[in-house]
Design a protein around this ligand. Structure first.
Ligand SMILES: [Zn+2]
Length: 138
């Protein structure tokens, strides 16, 4: 009787190293056709801010409107309703007309604008106090 108790070596257990295959890399060669919608930049439209400055212009007409003739005004100095006294004064236009007359050889006419009241500025003065009222530029 032979007891061949031969224990099979079952301990020899091959441990195969689990060769984990690398994760299958499938490069996405096909570029996604789903392109993002083409961005069409809006033409820059700057907000036009029309800020209108508030200009409240108060026109204080200090000098009364005077004409080529003596005018009834209220003197700003003595506050009297007076008829202005006029004095004519040669203005720039007077000299200009005289110069033009000289250029055209009209020397006798050169002195004419100085005699014509309409070619001169009319200064209005208050006959009561002598204050200057205004000038009429003819
Ligand atoms: Zn006056």
């Amino acid at each position: 009787m032979e007891h061949n108790t031969k224990v099979p070596e079952t301990g020899a257990y091959p441990h195969p190293y689990p060769q984990q295959p690398p994760p299958q890399y499938t490069p996405n060669m096909q570029y996604s056709a789903n392109l993002p919608p083409q961005y069409t930049p809006n033409p820059a439209q700057p907000a036009v801010i029309t800020q209108q400055p508030v200009h409240v212009v108060h026109v204080h007409q200090t000098a009364p409107v005077v004409g080529p003739q003596p005018t009834m005004v209220v003197c700003a100095n003595c506050h009297t309703n007076v008829l202005t006294r006029m004095e004519y004064e040669a203005s720039t236009r007077t000299h200009l007309v005289a110069l033009i007359c000289c250029l055209f050889g009209l020397f006798p006419c050169a002195a004419l604008p100085y005699c014509i009241e309409s070619c001169q500025n009319g200064n209005h003065y208050c006959p009561a106090c002598g204050a200057f009222v205004g000038t009429y530029v003819g």
